[in-house]
Design a protein around this ligand. Sequence first.
Ligand code: SAH
Ligand code: SF4
Ligand code: F3S
Length: 448
Amino acid sequence: MEGTDKKKVYIETYGCQMNVADSQVVLSLMQEEGYEPTERMEEAHLILVNTCSIRENAEQRVWGRLDVFRQQKEQHPNTRVGVIGCMAERLKEKLIEREQSVDLVIGPDAYRALPDLLEEVESGQKGVNTLLSREETYGDILPVRRGKNKISAFISIMRGCNNMCSYCIVPYVRGRERSRDPQTIIREVEQLAGEGYREITLIGQNVDSYKWKDARNNPHSFAWLLEQVAKAEPGVRIRFATSHPKDLSNDVLQVMARHPNICRHIHLPVQSGSNRVLKAMNRRYTREWYMNRIDTIRSYLPEAEITTDVMTGFPGETDQDHRDTLSLMEYARYDFAYMFAYSERPGTRAARKMSDDVPDHLKKQRLQEVINLQNRLSATSKEKAIGKTFRVLVEGPSKKSKDDYQGRNSQNQVVVFPREETKTGDFAEVKIEKSTPGTLIGRLADNQ
Ligand code: SAH
Ligand code: SF4
Ligand code: F3S
């Protein structure tokens, strides 16, 4: 066997795309320290778990994984275990107190301290750093992107969140909002394009509040950044997430309309369709404002698909509030939605000031109604595509059959088709013949 003496680091990632991007930053930092990434926990010297606190069950999963890491450590006592990310930030030293096998606890803004903290661990202490920062963007670090799919990549353009939605833990665990230097973003876009990447997603908790002041103190917006990125690499598809309905500007929609390489998809989390609930959530838009955003998207970008996040059972939610959510979903005709039951997060405004008073069974019943409706909306939305031809970025074999390939169209819908001569990373023209609520099914169009 070709052995190397390099120490190995294994990282497991939970939560949102921000965490996926952060794990790549952490791998980059550890590579600088001479560590080599591995997919196999058993051979790792350092096990890291990048965690999420968004709902209680996200944290439960991590506690379950810590049991597994403890057993691994019992067999290999030199293995070090680190909890990083949002749950590290929320629970801090409590993680070490509750789980002896944890050596390191590092919050999302403290990853540069990882090598030093590891040294402390070697000298017999525990390593903890959960300081949040007003400046850290890791903008100078080139993330290590692994895995088979060298086709699409995330680029983090900002960190933190200032919105303080009353249910949400993110502002507490990710700190204040800060935007990354656009030059470093463009450089990364060009580098990825040079390596053959075909799709880049700009990510942040609220990309529409991206703000950058240049050397002459001129402010630049997300619309500006999006246009710079789209122009820098016209052959690369550009996506972005997430947009906050209160901030999604017409400027952004106009930039999208001007640049065909910006994908015709907007993820616009609604959370609730009731003005009363939206106010209690501190979302700072109304049902009417949201409907106007939907109308405006459709007028600038008639071919765009809109997706969303919906939450049921927020404190005080009545049957009427719930029906308002259902009717707004019908109005928006979402192509897809992430749907959740409210989970109280300690320390948030909702936890401090409101009573989690919708009984569990009702939260679940409403969630099921939301899911049933969305299935119907997804089915209708996909049926619209039958007979149309889409440019699809091929991602590889489909989940169900080796002979079929799958990819996504600009609208972010999954498209499955018989492979024929196509290969991963190609753009293929696919004519849609059938659909399910989750998938478009077609074949390669002639004369592409
Ligand atoms: N920044 C994004 C969302 C980030 S969290 C935005 O503002 O839309 C992703 C989704 O998790 C949220 O849109 C919300 O639907 C859900 N979520 C957040 N906190 C939650 C909680 N306490 N309980 C249930 N779902 C929650
Ligand atoms: Fe949470 Fe609201 Fe910020 Fe999204 S915008 S991360 S839901 S506080
Ligand atoms: Fe979870 Fe943190 Fe993302 S709480 S959703 S991983 S920002």
